[in-house]
Design a binder for this molecule. Structure first.
Ligand code: ADP
Ligand code: MG
Ligand code: MG
Length: 496
């Protein structure tokens, strides 16, 4: 089952006679019975392991922790133990990863579909409209991206009601924690190797996770395809980034290819696109641009950042993502894809279409008056989403009703800024969340992210694979699930 109901191989030491008498012959691992001393021992081991293995983030109480590596480090927020997850759903999520990769690639080649799908959103949302403007400039110039690199993460929740694995969203830009996915898995495996007998858990049931190396390899192979031995990989970063170590984990595994880190503002001042399409930044040729910024309006505080984004897009560098890949990952496109017949436009293989559709939740535009009526009546069954990334932007519960009523009063146009989605209700279980060196026991729900890497050069598909995973676990009373945003912790899975 999804909750911790796992048989103990060796019962935990009992503290008093009465509990001995209460004990059933086949004891079950119950978080209520966990004694604090044992949990503290696990916590201590987890903290040591995280510190020694670079599972760390910048400490927000330290002023320079987002700019100077090695200064003000703190262990990443983590679940102390992996969260049980049924093996069949795990297999399903892995199997569909390359199909989603291919879908994104196909969509990216259909400029008209992207522009048409987002044409009404454009009028209601300035940020999306700026992205579309760059996309349409590239279409006018007939700009071709021969080498295409996608580093994606498709997120799922297991819906308790329907017993199905449903996709929350597909991320095509700046997917977080490919560096830490592997690490948190290895931390849990290590804890289970030391304490598994006591816990009744087997470290072999935590699936191997190659996220760091698979993403880093894909970047290195994109660099090879570009075929300029002097060129560097450029990570586009936010000026103050406390999650820098997750990013450094990738950069330090790209087989000694030189990596530079630049903010969009720096790209604007130091960047140039030469006649042959080469992008140089600070005089260095750039072959691969990996965005860990540029996904939220906050990353574009002035025109400089937009200029930089356009400059990069015009160049021949491999962009991860290109503007078309970026837009293919918007919530509006996700909703369009869920309409009847749309997937078939991009995928010929019926089995692939069925696999994708199986994990689509209910998705609607706000033109659908039937659904609006239903959502006003039962707002708790819906999530209202704007075209934003990075967590903390969605609308839940009574706010859904209020916002829908407001939009009805204020007229049609702003409707197009949002989509409505069926609310997914995953099973709630007891977990130990570890933050700032302290553990808390809480009721939590989890979201499984499966990474996918895709690389092709013209007709040649070089990589299309599932590339590791990340579980994120959050207290069930919180609606949102961002780790960096402070709502969730990093986690791995225990197959059952
Ligand atoms: P973002 O791009 O900002 O991460 P998401 O669509 O992933 O946007 O939504 C953020 C969080 O909100 C998710 O991680 C999840 O916790 C919650 N959420 C999103 N969609 C749903 C849904 N349909 N049902 C339940 N929770 C959801
Ligand atoms: Mg997202
Ligand atoms: Mg998300």
């Amino acid at each position: 089952s999804f909750i911790f109901h796992l048989n103990l191989r060796k019962p935990a030491p009992l503290r008093c006679a009465s509990s001995l008498m209460m004990e059933s012959p086949k004891p079950i691992l119950d978080f209520e019975k966990f004694d604090d001393g044992f949990v503290q021992k696990l916590v201590y081991d987890a903290l040591v392991w995280s510190s020694l293995h670079g599972l760390v983030v910048g400490d927000k109480t330290h002023q320079r922790s987002g700019t100077v590596p090695g200064v003000g480090m703190m262990h990443a927020p983590i679940a102390l133990l992996p969260t049980p997850f049924p093996e069949s759903y795990w297999n399903q999520a892995c199997e569909v990863a390359p199909v989603f990769n291919e879908l994104v690639d196909r969509i990216s080649l259909d400029g008209k579909f992207i522009q048409d799908s987002l044409s009404r959103t454009k009028k209601a949302d300035v940020f999306t409209s700026r992205l579309l403007e760059i996309h349409s400039k590239m279409l006018e110039r007939n700009k071709r991206e021969d080498i295409r690199l996608g580093l994606h993460r498709s997120d799922y929740m297991l819906d308790e009601e329907t017993k199905s694995l449903l996709q929350i969203e597909m991320n095509t830009i700046s997917c977080s924690f490919p560096g830490f996915g592997r690490l948190v898995t290895e931390l849990h495996q290590s804890l289970l190797r030391s304490h598994g007998d006591h816990l009744g858990l087997d470290s072999e049931r935590v699936p191997r996770n190659g996220s760091t190396f698979q993403f880093a390899d894909a970047m290195a192979k994109a660099w090879l395809e570009y075929n300029n031995p002097r060129a560097v990989v450029m990570v586009v970063v936010q000026p103050d980034e406390r999650n820098m170590y997750d990013q450094h984990w990738l950069s330090s595994n790209t087989h000694n290819i030189v990596t530079i880190r630049k903010s969009l503002a720096e790209v604007e001042t130091e960047g140039r696109v030469h006649e042959d399409g080469t992008l140089t930044v600070g005089g260095q040729a750039v072959s691969v641009v990996y965005y860990r910024s540029g996904y939220t309006p906050r990353d574009y505080p002035s025109e400089s950042e937009w200029n930089a984004r356009l400059l990069i897009e015009q160049s021949s560098a491999v962009k991860c993502p290109s503007i078309a890949y970026h837009l293919a990952g918007t919530k509006k496109i996700q909703q369009e894809l869920a309409k009847p017949g749309v997937l078939e436009r991009f995928m010929d293989n019926k089995d692939d279409v069925a696999k994708l559709r199986k994990c689509f939740a209910g998705l609607w535009s706000l033109d659908d008056s039937e659904i609006i009526k239903k959502a006003i009546e039962k707002p708790e069954l819906f999530v209202m989403k704007p075209q934003r990334e990075g967590g903390g932007n969605n609308i839940y519960g009574d706010d859904v009703r209020e916002n829908l009523l407001r939009l009805q009063r204020e007229g049609e146009e702003e409707n197009a800024a949002y989509i409505l989605m069926q609310r997914i209700f995953p099973k709630v279980s007891n977990v130990f969340l570890l933050r700032d060196g302290v553990y808390h026991k809480d009721q939590a729900i989890s979201e499984l992210g499966v990474y996918g890497a895709y690389l092709r050069n013209k007709e040649r598909v070089i990589i299309n694979e599932q590339s590791g995973y990340l579980m994120r676990t959050k207290v069930s009373s919180s609606d949102e699930g961002g780790v960096a945003a402070g709502y969730a912790v990093l986690d791995s899975i225990y197959l059952n």
